[in-house]
Design a binder for this molecule. Structure first.
Ligand code: FAD
Length: 448
């Protein structure tokens, strides 16, 4: 009989794998169970949707369950939650969330692609109306609708990571008064503090109240259950809207209960073919671990870029084609208003923790030729390993066109290039787009 594949989770990793398997095997049966109302949505687009830059939530859906069913013959069931996995019997217990009925379904090959969940602190009144975490598309729609209906004026964002920064921009652009609190002494802690300070500077200039080294302790709500303020270890802040961006944890409970091995980050342990410890069970995306090439250990990094690659690799191996995932180096990018922010490899903080002997150079230059209209500043920080001069990390903060320059540094790290290699790399130049020595090469020259 034909092979049957079950995929748990119908977003980036799950659907990348399902689509790959369909491309390789026209006749295999592919069933996807997704507990939310949507498949293949762009969680990454939600801050821009909430800001009003995306005209409809439908624009964030790449492929609907109907498209998967009709065009790709992939049976995508939304509102279906898998509540148990039984690897020895090769079956899963599924609950239809609309009818409340449960049923067992059996597989030859299983992919767990359940993603990650936002951390929600167990604090008083955390479930009040107006307190939001962003994860699924539905959570973004709920936030958008709440703002539309209640027109809050005062917002508090808890956590100054990527989500916090993107939501700060979104809410500022919607005209809200924004306070951002972070328990750390600087925001965007995947960067070093000297780079992060530029973002803090712009935030303050744009009227954001930035409260650092401050811990959230409770929420308060009115009689109708709506949030009215948050409490920290230092003060009380009025809030009609609260966004929690306190990080995410991998959705690995199903796997854990099924006896599948997790790593110490609680993500599902996978090898370079995305195989788990259970036979015929693969895992991909935010729920799974990734090997960090520079740290030489498995890490939990929740990013859409990685989830899509995991999905393709898992789908290939499930299709009986051998492909290996080389690992990650922590490349990420975001923006806050006119400032583009990116990083790759190791920060100084990480290099220190790994006891790597490193050298660093930070330069300020121009994103385009200085005489060209609208040229602005770019700041590049580069790290090399002392003896080998190999590039091991980079951080960029700057105006238009700055951020994606990180990709070139990422390519250098993955290709084991030295500072000299980067300085001499044949990169492109035209005055409206760059400078004759690209800023990343100016930084590299300092470390040759
Ligand atoms: P998910 O997208 O989380 O999908 C998992 C799916 O599984 C969910 O739809 C969930 O409902 C379903 N599910 C879970 N458990 C079950 C179950 N038991 N049964 C059935 N279904 C289940 N990444 C970037 O690279 N760049 C960005 O700019 C970026 N911006 C982001 C902005 C926001 C607001 C958020 C929330 C995330 C952002 N990310 C970004 C991260 C990126 O969205 C995730 O890394 C990516 O979606 C992970 O894909 P995934 O398929 O592993 O998991």
């Amino acid at each position: 009989s034909k092979t049957k594949v079950i995929v748990i989770g119908g977003d980036a990793a799950g659907m990348s794998a399902a689509s790959k398997i369909r491309r390789s095997h026209e006749d295999w049966e592919i069933v996807v169970y997704e507990k939310s109302p949507h498949t293949s949505y762009s969680a990454c687009g939600m801050p821009y949707y909430i800001a009003g830059k995306v005209s409809s939530e439908e624009d964030l859906v790449a492929r609907s369950p109907e498209t998967f069913r009709d065009k790709y013959n992939i049976k995508a069931h939304t509102f279906h939650e898998v509540i148990q996995v039984d690897p020895p019997q090769q079956k899963v217990l599924v609950k239809n969330l609309q009818t409340e009925e449960s049923f067992w379904d059996s597989y030859d090959k299983l992919l767990i692609a359940t993603g990650a969940s936002p951390k929600k602190p167990a604090l008083p009144a955390v479930d009040s109306d107006g307190v939001f975490c962003l994860s699924t598309l539905q959570s973004g729609i709920n936030t958008f609708e709440y703002i539309k209906k209640h027109k809050p004026k005062k917002a508090v964002i808890v956590g100054g990571g990527y989500l916090g920064v993107e939501m700060a921009e979104a809410l500022l652009e919607k005209g809200l008064n924004v306070t951002l609190i972070d328990r750390n002494h600087y925001i965007m802690k995947t960067l070093d503090q000297d780079m992060s300070e530029d973002i803090c500077g712009l935030m303050k200039k744009k009227g954001i109240t930035l409260l650092l080294s401050e811990n959230l302790t409770a929420f308060e709500a009115n009689e109708s259950g709506k949030v009215t303020c948050i409490l920290t270890d230092k003060r009380k802040i009025e809030a009609e809207l609260v966004i929690l961006g306190m990080g995410v944890t991998p959705n690995s409970e199903l796997a854990k209960l099924a006896g599948i091995k997790l790593c110490d980050t609680a993500a599902i342990q996978v090898n370079d073919r995305m195989e788990t410890s259970a036979p015929n069970v693969w895992a991909a995306g935010d729920c799974a671990s990734s090997y960090h090439i520079l740290k030489k250990k498995h890490q939990f990094i929740a990013l859409g870029t990685i989830a899509n690659k995991h999905g393709l690799i898992a789908g290939s191996n499930m299709s009986e084609e051998t492909l290996s995932f080389p690992g990650v180096i922590g490349t990420a990018i975001t923006k806050f208003l006119e400032l583009e922010i990116s990083r790759t490899g190791l920060s100084e903080t990480e290099a220190k923790a790994l006891e790597i002997d490193y050298e660093t150079a930070t330069i300020k230059s121009s994103n385009f030729a200085g005489y060209y209209p609208e040229s602005g500043e770019i700041k590049v920080k580069l790290l090399v390993e002392k003896g080998s001069r190999r590039i091991i990390g980079g951080q960029i903060i700057g105006q238009k066109g700055s951020g994606k320059r990180i990709d070139c540094i990422a390519a250098c790290i993955m290709g084991k290039q030295t500072a000299f290699d980067l300085a001499m790399m044949d990169l492109a130049y035209v005055p409206p787009l760059s400078t004759v020595w690209d800023p990343i090469q100016i930084a590299a020259r300092r470390l040759m």
